[in-house]
Write a protein that binds this ligand. Sequence first.
Ligand SMILES: *Cc1c(COP(=O)(O)O)cnc(C)c1O
Length: 388
Amino acid sequence: MSSHIMPTYARLPVTFVKGQGAWLWDQQNKRYLDALSGIAVCNLGHAHEAVHQAISEQSRILLHTSNIYGIDKQQQLADKLAVLSGLDNIFFCNSGAEANEAALKIARRYGHQKNIDTPVVLCMNSSFHGRTLATLSATGNPKVQADFEPLVEGFIHVPFNDIAAIETAIAENDNIVAVLVEPVQGEGGVNIPDDDYLPTIRALCDQHQLLMMLDEIQTGIGRCGRFFAFQRYDFKPDVMTLAKALGNGVPIGACLARGIAAEMLSAGKHGSTFGGNPLACSAALAVIDTLSNSDLIEQAEQKGQKICRLLTEKTADANNIRNIRHQGLMIGIDLAEANPTLVQSAMEIGLLINVTAEKTIRLLPPLIIDDEQIELLTDGLATLIKTQ
Ligand SMILES: *Cc1c(COP(=O)(O)O)cnc(C)c1O
């Protein structure tokens, strides 16, 4: 592979040249079943017809003007996202990290309006929020932060799924202004919190007038069996960030806000050259229309259940699995021991999977995966786990 690319990724030795649905083909025309969706990006699968139509039509009409003018597709997209989420307004950008930057700026300005000069955002250990300086400082993983000190100030970390730790942090720090949390931790190992964790954070935020900020960059857009993972519960966040699957492969990020949080990024306080441009918004509109006019999201819950059930059955005689869990089609399989060759062995038999947090197999198949592909995936994975 080209030595002119900065080696920020330890790339696997394969290059894909085309895709269709849940399938990808490499340069030798070998076919792979994609159970990762470009890390929760291509939720509708590859080469989706509605997305293709939308961006090819838009590219014929208008790609970019500027946010100093009105943008019709951006307004349409904002209206749809507001209705779907119940939040008030949206700032558009180009990636997850940028969406979280906007959220962090909302939290800081909210703090300054409360006369808190050094506002702090409470974040979780083993979280992931991005690679910019502020978002890597929010990220609860020392590996992401190492060698980039000094970190951006204004973050405190506590263990995930630990309400007492949040209560203690709030009691000990009167400058906390917001809590930032993933509804299910993705990079941290598909960590699903207890049922009362997020609702209790909501109650604590209300009690102490903190902003509840959800990073739904990985969990959103149908991945967890609802349009947004928070919709499994009976509350709304003050701020929510989206990216990854919002454009099904066309880069777009969004920071959604409600109530007082929706008033923080006023004119001159934030911006983006490309954010919310006609091309990206036309892709996102196609994604939302497709999901809204299908039962793919409902099925995501059932398909996730089925994959876990089949894997459990097919690995019943294996002794190296500790746990199999899912929320929708976000699936985690904890192995007893790290297996550094598993991803490569899977590739050899035509399966694309991922391992995160060292010992957790992470599956993020496209929502359009069908029954036959689910059988192939679970057969292949079970064989690999048993023979490794
Ligand atoms: C991927 C991800 C990000 C970062 O998104 P980028 O588009 O890579 O900047 C942030 N938060 C979560 C939860 C993610 O999964």
